[in-house]
Design a protein. Structure first.
Length: 369
């Protein structure tokens, strides 16, 4: 069985890579490049392939690669670079150094598996060609051409979809800012909190998502309040308590957004972004005990992503200052959220929040672009 070494400082990414390769391969995860090099120097058996993140602290991926190439025992191990930077110059540098492939985060686990399979197949072919009278010496080049073509097609497809999602999210956020400046900033902060909470829920085994879906979740969260664009201006700037009629009107923002998404969902039937946006926009005001709106869903009947956005929404509202209220401290918000477990909020989501609540505090203090 071939061993694949995975080097990335993001533990969530490592978990997703390992799940993608758990059938047919033995994976070895390393969070630091220096630790990986120390292991390789002592190893009796070297990995067949290395998946290496470029953007790591202390020793980045290019430095790790240079160390591998300077060692006679490791210089022939093929390396697939991974990076959160989609700058063509970084990709060109990776190939110039000698990488066999390059992937831009968020990494699709399906494409990662396909690329690893291709590289391992190429290794096996080389072994056979080495021992046989190889009339197929050009097979490696043909396979590499196919691999590059597949990569180019997959990258273009993924990038096109991601850019479209970023474009739509940016447009909606800008329009919302024209109606209610706080709502736009609030949406961006909630999306940041959601990104952390999703990763924690994955680490705790409470949800399962493809790595390629993480960006879609974050972007869908950023438009969770876009239905407010359809509300009267005076409601969005009103200070103090709403009348019963005003509150009923305010509640409609969940339906406005969900109906808009649903109306055009047929154009992107396979889009996880569309599916996530619909769930989050419609159900983020539902409550665990069934007293929320618009559908009075309860417990696990509420989509899990909406349950998570609900907590992020509440936390940011509590710790944010408005013209009509002072900001609460993190400790006060923490206490209120825990008191809401099993009533307004999903207890498992609250448990995930408790595990990383200091990170929520740190992010709440960062400026929003």
């Amino acid at each position: 069985m071939h061993t694949i070494m995975l080097i990335d400082d993001d533990q969530t990414q490592l978990i997703m890579y390992q799940k993608a390769l758990d059938s047919g391969y033995r994976s070895m995860a390393m969070e630091r490049g220096k630790n990986a090099l120390e292991y390789l120097r002592k190893a009796n058996k070297l990995p067949s392939l290395i998946v290496l993140d470029i953007d790591m602290p202390v020793m980045n991926g290019f430095e790790v690669f240079s160390a591998l190439m300077s060692n006679k025992d490791t210089k022939n191990i093929p390396v697939i670079f991974v990076s959160g930077n989609d700058d063509p110059a970084t990709e060109m540098e990776a190939y110039a150094l000698g990488a066999v492939d390059y992937m831009v985060k968020p990494v699709s686990t399906e494409i990662l598996r396909r690329k690893v399979d291709l590289q391992i197949n190429m290794l096996e072919r080389r072994k056979r060609l080495h021992s046989e009278n190889a009339e197929l010496l050009d097979y490696n080049e043909q396979l590499q051409d196919y691999n590059n073509e597949l990569q180019a097609m997959a990258n273009e497809s993924v990038k096109s979809v991601l850019y479209m999602q970023y474009f739509l999210t940016g447009v909606v956020t800008e329009l919302l800012a024209k109606k209610d400046g706080f709502a736009a900033v609030h949406s961006k902060r909630v999306a940041r909190f959601m990104d952390m909470l999703v990763k924690q829920m994955i680490a705790m085994g409470k949800i399962s998502l493809q790595a390629s879906d993480l960006d879609a979740v974050k972007l869908a969260t950023q438009v969770f309040d876009m239905g407010k664009i359809g509300l009267p201006d005076y409601l969005l700037v009103k200070e103090g308590k709403y009348s019963q009629q005003e509150f009923e009107t305010m509640q409609k923002h969940t339906i406005y957004a969900a109906e808009a998404v649903q109306k055009y969902a047929y154009l992107l039937p396979q889009s996880s972004f569309v599916s996530f946006a619909y769930q989050i926009c419609r159900s983020h005001h539902e409550k665990w005990d069934g007293t929320g709106y618009p559908d009075h869903l309860a417990g696990p009947n509420i989509p899990i992503l909406a349950r998570m956005v609900s907590l992020c929404d509440i936390y940011d509202a509590l710790v944010s200052e408005r013209a009509y209220k002072k900001a609460m401290t993190h400790e006060q918000a923490y206490a209120i959220i825990n008191q809401s477990a099993g009533v307004q909020l999903d207890p498992e989501v609250v448990a995930a929040f408790n595990a990383i609540h200091r990170q929520f505090y740190d992010v709440s203090r960062l400026p929003v672009d």
